[in-house]
Design a protein around this ligand. Sequence first.
Ligand SMILES: [Zn+2]
Length: 466
Amino acid sequence: MKKFLDENFLLQGTTAQRLYHDFAKGMPIIDYHCHLPPDQIAGDINFKNLTQIWLYGDHYKWKAMRTNGVNESYCTGNQPDYDKFEQWAATVPYTLRNPLYHWTHLELQRYFNVTEVLSPSTARKIYDECTEKLQTPAYSVKSLIRSMNVKVICTTDDPIDDLAYHKKIKEDGFEVKVFPAFRPDKAMNVDNAVAFNQYVVRLEAAANVSINNFNDYIDALKSRHDFFATMGCSVSDHGLEHLYAEDYTEAEVKSIFLKIREGKNLDLDENLKIKSALLTLFAVWDWEKGWTQQYHLGALRNNNLRLLKELGADTGWDSIGDFSQAKSLAKFLGRLDEENKLAKTILYNLNPADNEIMATMVGNFNDGSIAGKIQFGSGWWFLDQKDGMIKQINALSNMGLLSRFVGMLTDSRSFLSYPRHEYFRRILCNLFGEEIDNGEIPNDIPWVGKIIQDISYNNAKKYFNW
Ligand SMILES: [Zn+2]
C-alpha cells in the first residue's frame, strides 16, 4: 500500500515518477488566468489566521460544508474565525474523493509543512501552527507567490478598474509579473436595464467621457482597452453561457442601445444582437493588439435566488449548464477568421459533455500561424479535478495536439491554490508514464520529458510571449 500523499502521489509507476521528479516538478508557473485580488498583492498583506486565507471567499469549501449540514453562519456568516475553521475541519473527513480532500492536504503540506490529516482531533493544533506561521514575513502574500515559483500572474479586471494596484505592484518592483486581464462581462450585461445603466455611469467616470449613444459607449470601452494595454494587459476573458453570434446591423444595435438607456428591458432578439455586436468588437480589438482572448463557457449562475438575494453572487449557487455551444462558437470564430481578425483564443467549457466539441472546434481555426493558436483550455471550476483533467487531456490528445497545450491555470481567488499546478502535472506525468510502461509510447524519456516541460511551462511562455 502506498502512503497517503507522499512524494509519489498520483504517480503509479517508476516511469511516471521519473517524468514528474526529473522534468515537471522544477518548472515555474505561468498563471495566465486567476482571480487573485491585486490590492492584497500590492499591500503584500499577511492574513490574520488560517480561516481568513483559506475559508473567506471560498465557495468550494462553503458548498461542501453546507452539504455536510453546517449552518450558513459558519460559511458566509459572522461566527468567530476559529469556530468556522472547526466546522471546516469537521467537514474535511467527509470530503473523501472530492478534490477538496486532496487540495486541502496538498496546501497544508506545501505551504505549511503540515503532513497530518485535518480532522476535528487535529484542528486546534493545525490552526494554531499555521496561524502563527502566517504572521511571519515568509507568509506575506508576495512570499507565498514566490515560494511556488510563479513567474507571471494575470488577474481578472473590469474595464472600469483604474488598475492602481497593478501600478503599485509594478512600481514596487515585485519580480513576479502581475498583469491585468480585460473582462468586460458587466459591459455586456444587458439582461438587466437598471444594472446596465449604472454600469454606463461608472464607465463614463472611468473613461472621463459622456455616453449618449452606442458609438460613445464603444469609444469609452475602447479607451479602457487601450489603457489596459498600456498597463501590460495582453489577455481578455469572458464568462458566458455560450458565444453570441447573431446577425445584426449597425442601425439595429444603435437603436437597441438607446432603448436600454431609456431604462427599458430588451427582448431576447435585441439582447442577443447587442451582445453579439459587443463581443465581436472586443474580439477585433484583441486581434489588433495581438492579445489572447479567453472564453469561459457554460456556467448556469445564481440558481438559488433566495440565497443569492441574501448572500450575493459568487457564494456557491452556480452549476454546470447545458447550453448549445457548437454552432454559435463556429459562427463567431468563423466570422472573425474570414476577416482575418481572429486573435489567439482559449476556449474553456464547464460541461464535460462538450469536451469533444471544444477539442474538435479548435482544429477548425488553427491556421498554421503559430503552434496551438486556438486552444482547448484546461479543466475548469467543477472540472478542475483528477477526473475532469484526465477527460480534458484525453479529448485534446484524441482530437488535437496535447503537446501544444498551454496547460494549467489556477482560476482561483486563493493565494494557497498554486499546488493545483502540481496536481495537474502529476496527472499528466502519470498518463504519459503509464503509456510508456504499456508500450503505447516509445521509452524516449528525454523527448516525453520535454513535452511535459512544454505543457507545464514552455508552451505558455511562448504562446503569451511575456
Ligand atoms: Zn475565472
